[in-house]
Design a protein around this ligand. Structure first.
Ligand code: NAD
Ligand code: IPM
Ligand code: MN
Length: 362
């Protein structure tokens, strides 16, 4: 298959982890006889430095033309002045919005070899396999913002349509899994959450009667997620709650450097990125964990290109590389750690057999 993939490395460790993910994609393309072309564009702080804008027009145009977009991370101390007029993060929000990517899938499947990197007891992590569907283009992130000398405001708004489409997305996903959905809100306080709960309950009742829906308040959800993670399957929630809960959920997996994401909408193009940020504290050292970015390209192969075998191949290879003890510093604790490039090599070395030879495909 032919595919044009747009790569947006961004800032901090973004370029390091996207380089790793592209290496894996190139390798899989070679071995399975695909023709992937890679184009790079600027986003975030790197784009501000070069053009003054966090999402230059030619980056967005390239994204609209691509078959899929791979993004590293944006942001960092250089652009974090609270008085700054433009910020790297605006570029990320703008591309998500412009591409209509309202559903952000963040799977969490702790790997036994990383149990020791998690602060949670191993017996609670065994068998955890959940996926958070985070609403990505609405809520407080996109409401009107105002600022005066002595006050500031961020408006949180959701329309029925915005809630319906992400709940439906979560329900379709749940139909392929255990048919259980947990919808997370703060309906005891927020009007947007009361609407959210009403819409979620209606969509499930009218359109997905086979699904068991649980409505959960976000504060207790934050607790349950750590206390009994195995009991969750599909968790659907609004933009900011999903952002926070998934960084929390990364501690089930052992590191932020392990969680990938896929941002999807009704349009053709999907965007794939690790959930972590630009990690300024470790940028440029060659020690960033590339597994989240590599697992993000597995999601890219599955959701944008329909290449399930190749996606499974990458996921199995990451699991095998981890099982063989290829741990980056965030996972290794006090023991010896490998760098970004060695971890990338380990994934390629652990491709399962059907991924090695193109001929075996048919
Ligand atoms: P962060 O995710 O960058 O880092 C949090 C901690 O996790 C740091 O200690 C970091 O070293 C570690 N970490 C993150 N990814 C890692 C990896 N792959 N391997 C090893 N360790 C890793 O969050 P932060 O420090 O709160 O934010 C830094 C900057 O990143 C901010 O400007 C923020 O806006 C931005 N950010 C961007 C994205 C994105 O582009 N999608 C996501 C989150 C944060
Ligand atoms: C993420 C990040 C972004 C978000 C920021 C950088 C805008 O934290 O992708 O999780 O909050 O969505
Ligand atoms: Mn985040």
């Amino acid at each position: 298959m032919r595919a044009d993939i747009l790569v947006l490395p961004g800032d901090g460790i973004g370029p390091e982890v996207t380089a790793a993910a592209v290496t894996v994609l190139r390798t899989i393309a070679e071995r399975r006889g695909h023709e992937f072309t890679f184009t790079e564009r600027l986003i975030g702080g790197a784009a501000i430095d070069a053009t003054g804008e966090p999402l230059p027009a030619d980056t967005l145009a390239a994204a609209k033309k691509a078959d899929a977009v791979l993004l590293g991370a944006v942001g960092g101390p250089k652009w974090s002045d609270p008085q700054a007029k433009v910020r790297p993060e605006q570029g990320l929000l703008a591309i998500r919005k412009a591409l209509g990517l309202f559903a952000n899938l963040r799977p969490v499947q702790p790997h036994p070899v990383a149990f020791s990197a998690s602060p949670i007891k191993p017996h609670l992590l065994q068998g955890v396999d959940l996926i958070v569907v985070r609403e990505l283009t609405g809520g407080i992130y996109f409401g009107e913002k105002t600022r005066t000398a002595d006050s500031a405001s961020d408006l949180c708004t959701y329309s029925v349509g915005e809630i319906e489409r992400v709940i439906r997305h979560a329900c379709h996903l749940a139909m392929t899994r255990s048919r259980r959905v947990t919808s997370v809100d703060k309906a005891n306080v927020l009007e947007t959450s009361r609407l959210w709960r009403e819409v979620a309950s209606r969509i499930v009742r009218d359109e997905f009667p086979e699904i068991e829906l649980e409505n959960q308040l976000v504060d207790s959800m934050a607790m349950h997620l750590l206390a009994r993670p195995r009991e969750y399957d599909v968790i659907v929630t609004e933009n900011m709650f999903g952002d926070i809960l998934t960084d929390e959920a990364s501690m089930l997996a052992g590191s932020l450097g392990l969680l990938p994401s896929a941002s999807l909408g009704e349009g053709r193009v999907g965007l794939y990125e690790p959930i972590h940020g630009s990690a300024p504290d470790i940028a440029g050292k060659g020690i960033a964990n590339p597994y989240a970015a590599i697992l993000s390209v597995a999601l890219l192969l599955r959701h944008s290109l329909g290449l399930d075998d190749e996606a499974n191949c990458i996921e199995q290879a990451v699991a095998s590389a981890l099982a063989a003890g290829n741990l980056t510093a965030d996972l290794a604790g006090g023991t010896s750690a490998i760098g970004t490039q060695a971890a990338t090599r380990a994934v390629i070395d652990h491709f399962p057999l059907p991924c090695q030879v193109a001929e075996l495909r048919d």
